[in-house]
Design a protein around this ligand. Structure first.
Ligand code: KIV
Ligand code: NA
Length: 268
């Protein structure tokens, strides 16, 4: 069993991958991935939205519960969706707690900023492990004006270093660094006691995370920093087309898929 405390114990990099349903979580868990993130990337990757903003707490709770039911070893981290935290601190803590109490998450992830330091402390204090997330925070797409690399000038880089330290000090157990220069991610990793998990952040983080659709090759598009390690989309397309052809050709179901009840012989 992977725990929030044991994450940085091994010498090998930490592996983290998203999953949004039980069968996918079972595969990810069986493959030995350390952390399963029920990311709000489900907005794009599973729910057909063109951003993460419409994703609701109910959707994350339902998907997290499904993932948790299918996971034996991996740590299950539920992503807090847009506006489920940060508006009101008490409501944020209750929402995070719901993902643990009702959906069986082991921890929550929160897109972090200056406004989440005290919130992270409060959650850690009451017993909710928090994974922080800095660099590109996609819930801010309307402020950022796009999904661009962050921390590219000295001031922005220093702000990320400072916020990383503040969240670690507040009790976050790990930090996702998304779409930042590799040398910045390396510096943050060096400075922190807690593990960093990178996506589009170079090789020097303590771990890596990607979206399952990209790794499996399920979607039609992947970001340049992801790699498609499989081609599940064409596998699935072949299977579905073969089924369609078999039915239309009268080849499925065959006799082996059918049951004839001898008791019915007199009636039919
Ligand atoms: O929602 C998500 O999948 C994420 C990862 C990309 C870190 O936040
Ligand atoms: Na996310």
């Amino acid at each position: 069993m992977t725990t929030t405390r044991g994450l940085r114990e091994g010498d090998e990099p930490i592996t983290m991958l998203t999953a949004y349903d039980a069968p996918t979580a079972a595969v990810v868990d069986e493959a030995g991935i350390d952390v399963i993130l029920v990311g709000d990337s489900m907005g794009n990757a599973a729910l057909g939205y063109d951003s993460t903003l419409p994703v609701t707490l109910d959707e994350v709770a339902s998907r997290t519960a499904a993932v948790a039911r299918a996971t034996e070893d991996a740590l299950v981290v539920a992503d807090m969706p847009f506006l489920s935290f940060g508006v009101d601190e008490a409501e944020s803590v209750r929402n995070a707690g719901r993902l643990l109490k009702e959906a069986n998450a082991d921890a929550v992830k929160i897109e972090s900023g200056p406004h989440t330091v005290e919130m992270t402390r409060r959650m850690a204090d009451v017993g909710i492990p928090v994974m922080a997330h800095l660099g590109l925070t996609p819930q801010h797409v309307n402020r950022l004006g796009g999904y661009t690399r962050q921390g590219t000038d000295q001031d922005a880089a220093e702000e990320i270093v400072d916020l990383a330290g503040a969240h670690a000090e507040a009790g976050a157990f790990a930090l996702v660094l998304e779409h930042v220069p590799a040398n910045l991610a390396a510096a943050v990793t060096e400075a922190l006691e807690i593990p960093t998990i990178g996506i589009g952040a170079g090789a020097d983080c303590d771990g890596q995370v990607l979206v399952i659709n990209d790794v499996a090759g399920l979607g039609e598009w992947s970001p340049p920093f992801a790699e498609r390690f499989g081609d599940v989309r064409s596998e699935m397309l072949d299977a579905v087309a073969a089924y369609r052809d078999a039915v239309t050709a009268g080849e499925f179901p065959s006799e082996e898929h059918s049951h004839v009840e001898s008791e019915l012989d007199d009636m039919y």
